[in-house]
Ligand binder design. Sequence first.
Ligand code: 9Z3
Length: 353
Amino acid sequence: MAPSRRNSFVHLSRSNSLEFISTAAPKLETAVDRSVPDHEPAEIDEETKYFHNNPAPSYLPEVKKKVSDFIQSHAGKRPIALVTSGGTTVPLENNTVRFIDNFSAGTRGATSTEYFIANGYAVIFLHRQFSLLPYSRHYSHTTNCFLDYLDEAPDGTVQISRQYQDQIQPVLRDYKRAVDQNLMLFVPFTTVNQYLFTLHLISLELKPVAHSSLFYLAAAVSDFFLPTSRVSEHKIQSKGGSGQLTVDLDPVPKFLKRLVEQWAPGAMIVSFKLETDESILLFKARQALTRYGHQLVIGNLLQTRKFEVIFVTNDAVTPYRISKEDEENGKEIEALIVPNVVELHKKWIASHE
Ligand code: 9Z3
């Protein structure tokens, strides 16, 4: 009997992945959770309040197990990078028809993951589900549909077109090596709530690895969200109301300071700062560095993020650039970013030995 499609997929998929988890916004028990108190005592900080008032994703125990196994298998052998990637969503309904999203495709995170692996790292890839993935990203753009790379031979077998063999072979080799050596763990999220709970969990799991762990926070995280207690259960109706929809969003707690100080005190932490106005980028990157007390802020502009970034540390401001021509010839800015981050991480490790 022919195997079902699903079974053959499960059988063939060897990568270490939690993709089977559905991160589509979960249906919660009630639209309005009356058990959640409106105001917490002032001494409880914002983070504690956030994790208390918003529900943990039901699949977190599975993530914990996989992450813990992954870390154990690499600890002491190679550095481990946590790469976050893609944009988080803010659902407006529990049975989610509408949500707030952002532009991020996950290119930075997926591309950087490949370079970290090439530089000897194991990578936990915490990514927006269905955004770009390392290695397969080369063939999942709409302009680069994977079917265009395939031909049907006269006997009906499907094969890679001769003209693309040279292009696909190195990517395939790198991918197989990463999978065979268990160098990537894919952990998905969709909502900002899932992202925060999962980031918190992975940070705590990485604590024992301390200095040899690297946080590379490239995900575009929502700045505002709708707390669980105000999310309506069903689709918001367009008829019957005033015709206008007013959404009152709360600020997402600034978790980076807590991450630096409490969740991952030994790790080297790299955050990204995204702006659209060049005149404030450096100021904002420096401000983030002082405010959160971590090691490196990589500043980038929405418009030029694929060609230039600035590294801002306590000691220096260093720009890295590739030309438009380089980019058109297949060069990637991550080929400059990642080795330079790796150098800083080596120094970080050495300074703590
Ligand atoms: C970045 O700045 C990333 O480089 C991009 C990558 C999101 C621009 P793509 O996924 O884009 O390749 O399309 N990430 C961080 C953005 C962010 O939300 N940073 C926060 C901020 O700027 C600080 S954690 O306030």
